[in-house]
Design a binder for this molecule. Structure first.
Ligand code: UD1
Length: 419
C-alpha cells in the first residue's frame, strides 16, 4: 500500500486550482441512470470514489466512457441489482437506489456497512421511498425497494442529526419520475444537492427549492440526456485554505465559490488570518497573532463536518484553548489519537474536542483512518518538525485529486512512496 512521506517546515506559497466536487459528482453520476439517453458530465474528478461509481454503473449495464474530466454515460438498459461485491467499497454507492427505483420501480442494493465516522444508517432514505409508495425488504444484508408505481407525497427527511444529504438526493431522484407532486421537508440544503437538482432539471425534471429546507418535485413521465459541469469542491478548497493558514505565506486557491466556503473563511478570519477575494479566487495569508476558536459542525451553511479534522490540525498549533463540537457525526474523531502521537494536546469529551494549542508538532508514523482524517494528518505533517509517514493513503485518493502534486506546486516537501 502506498504511503505519503512529508518533511515538515516548508513555507507554502503560490496558486493551485480546485477540482470538481466529489460529493456532487457521485449522485450526479448515479442520476444518469434515470434516462436511456447519453449524459455528458464535465469536471468529474479522477478519484477512486468516482471511479467506483462508474464501475457500479457499468455493472448495472450502462455504457461509460471517460476522457480526462469528461464522462459520458449511456444507460440504454439497466439492471436493478447491485450486489455486495460491487457496492461494498463505497458507502455513497447507496445513491443508486433512488434512480433505480425511479426508472425500474425496483432496486436491489447491498446495504452499506458502518464506517469509522459512525453508524451511517439509511433509515431516512427508506422512509422517503416508503412515502412514495415503495415496499422495503431488508434480507441477507441486501435492501430491496420496489413499487408498482411511485406517487408524490409530503415527506419529512429530518433526522436526529439533522437533514440527510444523500437521503435528500435519493428521494429527489426517485420522485422526478413519480406521479404527482412530492414535497421534501427538512431537506439538506448543501450546494451538492443544488448541483444535482440543476442537473436533473437539465434532464427535464421539475424541481424547485433546492438549496432550502423544502424541495418541491413535480413528477414527469421521462427524463432525457443532458450535459453538465460539476461545481468546484468546497471541501478541497477548505483543506487548501487550512494548509495556507498553517504553513502559507500567501496561498491562492482558484475556482472557488465564495458562498460555499464562507463558514470556513469566516472561521479562519476569526482565527486571525487575512482572506482576500478576487473573482473566483481566494488568497490566505498570515496576519500577525492567531486566536483559538470555538467551532460547532452543522449542516450547510454551518461549519462542515468534512472540515472538522483539518481545522482540528490547525487548532492543535494555535495558542490557547479551542473547542470543537461535532454535531453531524458525533464519533468522527479518529484523527485525534494520531495527532496526539505527533505531540498534540487534545481531550475528547463525547462529541467535543478540547484542544490546548502547542508550539510544535513532531513528525511520526501515523495511520489514515478515513478521508478527511487523512487530510488532517497531511496538514499536521506539513507543519511538524521532521518526517511524517502516513500509511493507508488510499483514503486520501478516495476524495482528493492529486493532493500531493498540488501541495508540491505550493512548495511542500511531500512524496508518495509506492509499496
Ligand atoms: C454526505 C457526504 C459526507 C458528509 C455528510 C454530512 C457525500 C457522498 N457524502 O454523507 O461527506 O460528511 O453528507 O455533510 O455526499 N443519518 C441518519 N439516517 C439516514 C441518513 C443519515 O440518521 O438515513 C444521519 C447520519 O448518521 C449523520 C447525519 O444523519 O449523523 C447526516 O448524514 P448524511 O447527511 O446522510 O450523510 P451522507 O449523505 O451519507
Amino acid at each position: 500500500m502506498d504511503k505519503i512521506v512529508v518533511h515538515g517546515g516548508r513555507e507554502l506559497s503560490g496558486t493551485i486550482k480546485i477540482s470538481g466536487s466529489k460529493n456532487s459528482a457521485l449522485p450526479i453520476i448515479a442520476a444518469t441512470l434515470l434516462t436511456r439517453e447519453p449524459c455528458v458530465l464535465h469536471r468529474v474528478p479522477d478519484l477512486s470514489d468516482t471511479n467506483y461509481m462508474l464501475q457500479i454503473l457499468r455493472h448495472l449495464g450502462a455504457d461509460v466512457e471517460r476522457a480526462s474530466g469528461t464522462v459520458t454515460v449511456t444507460a440504454e438498459k439497466v439492471e436493478s441489482l447491485a450486489p455486495y461485491d460491487v457496492v461494498r467499497k463505497m458507502r455513497a454507492s447507496v445513491c443508486v437506489l433512488g434512480p433505480l427505483l425511479g426508472r425500474c420501480k425496483e432496486a436491489n442494493v447491498s446495504m452499506p456497512g458502518g464506517c469509522v465516522i459512525g453508524d451511517r444508517p439509511i433509515d431516512l432514505h427508506l422512509k422517503g421511498f416508503e412515502a412514495l409508495g415503495a415496499a422495503i425488504r431488508v434480507e441477507g444484508g441486501d435492501v430491496r425497494v420496489f413499487a408498482p408505481k411511485l406517487t408524490g407525497a409530503i415527506i419529512n427527511l429530518r433526522g436526529k442529526f439533522g437533514p440527510t444529504v444523500l437521503g435528500t438526493d435519493n428521494v429527489m431522484m426517485a420522485a422526478t419520475l413519480a406521479e404527482g407532486i412530492t414535497v421534501i421537508e427538512g431537506a439538506a440544503s448543501e450546494p451538492e444537492v443544488v448541483d444535482l437538482a440543476d442537473f436533473l432539471n437539465k434532464m427535464g425534471a421539475k424541481i424547485e427549492g433546492a438549496g432550502t429546507r423544502r424541495i418541491i418535485i413535480e413528477g414527469v413521465k421521462e427524463l432525457h440526456g443532458a450535459e453538465h459541469t460539476v461545481i468546484p469542491d468546497r471541501i478541497e478548497a477548505g483543506t487548501f485554505l487550512v494548509a495556507g493558514a498553517m504553513c502559507g505565506n500567501g496561498v491562492t486557491i482558484k475556482r472557488v465559490d465564495r458562498d460555499h466556503v464562507s463558514a470556513v473563511t469566516n472561521a479562519l478570519a476569526a482565527a486571525g488570518f487575512q482572506i482576500q477575494w478576487a473573482e473566483d479566487s481566494i488568497t490566505i495569508s498570515p496576519n500577525g497573532a492567531t486566536k483559538p476558536l470555538e467551532l460547532v459542525t452543522e449542516p450547510y451553511p454551518g461549519f462542515p463536518t468534512d472540515m472538522q479534522a483539518q481545522m482540528c490540525a490547525l487548532l492543535c498549533m494555535t495558542d490557547g484553548i479551542s473547542v470543537i463540537t461535532e454535531n453531524v457525526f458525533p464519533q468522527r474523531y479518529m484523527h485525534v489519537a494520531e495527532l496526539k502521537r505527533m505531540g498534540a494536546h487534545v481531550q475528547l469529551e463525547g462529541a467535543t474536542a478540547i484542544i490546548q494549542g502547542v508550539d510544535r508538532l513532531f513528525g511520526a508514523p501515523v495511520m489514515a483512518s478515513d478521508l478527511r482524517a487523512s487530510a488532517a494528518l497531511v496538514l499536521a505533517g506539513l507543519k511538524a518538525e521532521g518526517r511524517t509517514e502516513i500509511s493507508r493513503v488510499y483514503h486520501i485518493d478516495r476524495g482528493y485529486e492529486h493532493l500531493d502534486e498540488k501541495l508540491i506546486e505550493l512548495g511542500a516537501d511531500i512524496e508518495r512512496v509506492k509499496a
